[in-house]
Write a protein that binds this ligand. Structure first.
Ligand SMILES: Nc1c(/N=C/[C@H](O)[C@H](O)[C@H](O)COP(=O)(O)O)[nH]c(=O)[nH]c1=O
Ligand SMILES: Nc1c(N[C@@H]2O[C@H](COP(=O)(O)O)[C@@H](O)[C@H]2O)[nH]c(=O)[nH]c1=O
Ligand SMILES: [Zn+2]
Length: 362
C-alpha cells in the first residue's frame, strides 16, 4: 500500500474529532510496520494526549523500525504532554510521513528538525491540502489570534431568507438543518444580530441526534434592545455574551446579567467588528459561526472580515422585493469592488444545495 492509503486513514481519524479539540488542531496518526497497521490514534481533547502518543502506545514494541503517518507535524514543545517528536525518536521509528507542517511558532519545523537530527527519514506534504483543510480555523487563529469566521446563510432559490411578512420556517429541509447543527457543534461560538434574536427568539443550541457541544452564543446588540424574556437569556444552555456599545443602559445590563449571561461593553457607540473579533479571540474563541441576520452579514461583507461562507439553497420560490435577502446593509456599489470567492464544495443535502466558498487569496 502507498503512503496516501495510510495518510487517508490518519485524515479520517482527525476528521472524526472535529469540534472536540479546540483550541488545539485535530490530528490523526497511524503506525505501520511491514505494511500492517499496528497502531492508530487521534487527539481527542485539548490538554489530553496527542494523536501520536495514542498511536505509539497501541503499537508498543512494533513502533521500532516502523513508519508513522501523521496529519500534522509532531510537536516539539513541552505543553501538556512531552514532545511527540522526541517520543518518535525514543521509539526508534524508521520513517515519518507528515501531511502538513505546524504553523504554531512553538513547533514550526522544530519537530521535523529533531527527528531528522536522529536520522529518521522524513516525508512532508502527502495529502497536505486535505489535512490543512481540517485545521483552517486553528491555522488562522494561531497566526492572527482572531477567530476563523464562517458566514452561514440559508435561502430560497430566489435568494430570500424569509417571506416579506418575516416567516422563514422552514426554508431548508431536515438534512440541511442537521448539517447546520453539526457546524454549530464544531464551532467555539455562534453569532447573530439583535434582529434575529427579537424576531426568531432562537435558542442557537446544537440539537444533533447524538448530542453535541453548544457553542458560546454571541449577540451583537449595540443599544441593548434585547427582549428581556428572550430564551437565550434564561435557558442556561450555553455562555451567552451580549456585545453592546457605549449607549447601553447599565440598569438593563444589570437586569440581564447572570451566571450564563455576560454583557461586554465596547468603548465605542457603534460596534466595530474588528474589536468584536479581537475580544472574542482574547476570550479563546478560535472559530466563529455567523448565522445572520442580513444586517450582520452585510457588515461582515462590508468589512471583508470573514474567512469562509457556507450557504444552503432550497428549491423554493418566495419572491417579493420586500422579502429579506442574506446580505443587507448598503451593499457594494461597483462590480470592481465585489468580493470574489472560490467555490470549494458543492453538495446536495436532500432537496437542498450546500455551497462552501472562500475569499480568493490576495
Ligand atoms: N429559517 C431557516 C434558518 N434560520 C435561521 C435563523 O437565522 C436562526 O438561526 C434560527 O431561527 C435559529 O433558531 P434555533 O437556534 O434553531 O432555535 N436556518 C436554516 O438553516 N434554514 C432555515 O430554513
Ligand atoms: N494536537 C496535536 C498537536 N498540537 C500542537 O500542539 C499544541 C498544543 O499543545 P498542548 O497544549 O501540549 O496540547 C497545538 O497548538 C499544536 O501546535 N501536535 C501534535 O504533535 N499532535 C497532536 O495531536
Ligand atoms: Zn505532540
Amino acid at each position: 500500500m502507498n503512503d496516501e492509503h495510510f495518510m487517508k486513514l490518519a485524515i479520517e481519524l482527525a476528521k472524526a474529532t472535529q469540534g472536540q479539540t479546540s483550541p488545539n488542531p485535530v490530528v490523526g496518526a497511524v503506525v505501520v510496520k511491514d505494511g500492517a497497521v499496528v497502531g492508530m490514534g487521534a487527539h481527542l481533547k485539548a490538554g489530553q494526549a496527542h494523536a501520536e502518543v495514542h498511536a505509539l502506545a497501541m503499537a508498543g514494541e512494533q513502533a521500532n523500525g516502523a513508519t508513522l503517518y501523521v496529519t500534522l507535524e509532531p510537536c516539539a514543545h513541552y505543553g501538556k504532554t512531552p514532545p511527540c517528536a522526541n517520543l518518535v525518536v525514543e521509539k526508534k521509528m524508521k520513517r515519518v510521513v507528515i501531511a502538513s507542517t505546524d504553523p504554531n511558532p512553538l513547533v514550526a519545523g522544530k519537530g521535523i528538525a529533531i527527528m531528522k537530527e536522529a536520522g529518521i527519514e522524513i516525508e512532508v506534504g502527502v495529502l497536505e491540502k486535505e489535512a490543512t483543510a481540517l485545521n483552517d480555523p486553528f491555522f488562522h487563529f494561531i497566526q492572527t489570534k482572531l477567530p476563523f469566521v464562517t458566514l452561514k446563510t440559508a435561502t430560497s432559490l430566489d435568494g430570500k431568507t424569509a417571506t416579506y411578512t418575516g416567516e422563514s420556517k422552514w426554508i431548508t429541509g431536515e438534512q440541511a438543518r442537521l448539517d447546520v447543527h453539526q457546524l454549530r457543534h464544531q464551532h467555539d461560538a455562534i453569532l447573530v444580530g439583535i434582529n434575529t434574536v427579537n424576531i426568531d427568539n432562537p435558542s442557537l443550541t446544537t440539537r444533533l441526534p447524538g448530542g453535541g457541544k453548544n457553542p458560546v452564543r454571541v449577540i451583537l446588540d449595540t443599544h441593548l434592545n434585547i427582549d428581556e424574556q428572550a430564551t437565550i437569556l434564561h435557558d442556561q444552555q450555553a455562555p451567552t455574551w451580549i456585545i453592546v456599545g457605549q449607549a447601553a443602559q447599565s440598569k438593563k445590563i444589570e437586569a440581564i446579567t447572570n451566571e450564563f449571561v455576560r454583557v461586554i461593553k465596547l468603548p465605542t457607540e457603534q460596534l466595530l467588528l474588528k474589536d468584536v473579533l479581537r475580544i472574542l479571540g482574547e476570550n479563546g474563541i478560535t472559530s466563529l459561526f455567523v448565522e445572520g441576520g442580513s444586517t450582520v452579514h452585510g457588515t461582515f461583507l462590508k468589512e471583508k472580515l470573514f474567512n469562509q461562507m457556507i450557504t444552503y439553497i432550497a428549491p423554493k420560490l418566495i419572491g417579493g422585493s420586500k422579502a429579506p435577502t442574506s446580505f443587507g446593509g448598503e451593499g457594494i456599489a461597483s462590480m470592481s469592488e465585489v468580493v470574489d470567492l472560490e467555490i470549494t464544495l458543492v453538495q446536495q443535502l436532500g432537496q437542498d444545495l450546500k455551497i462552501v466558498a472562500v475569499p480568493k487569496e490576495g
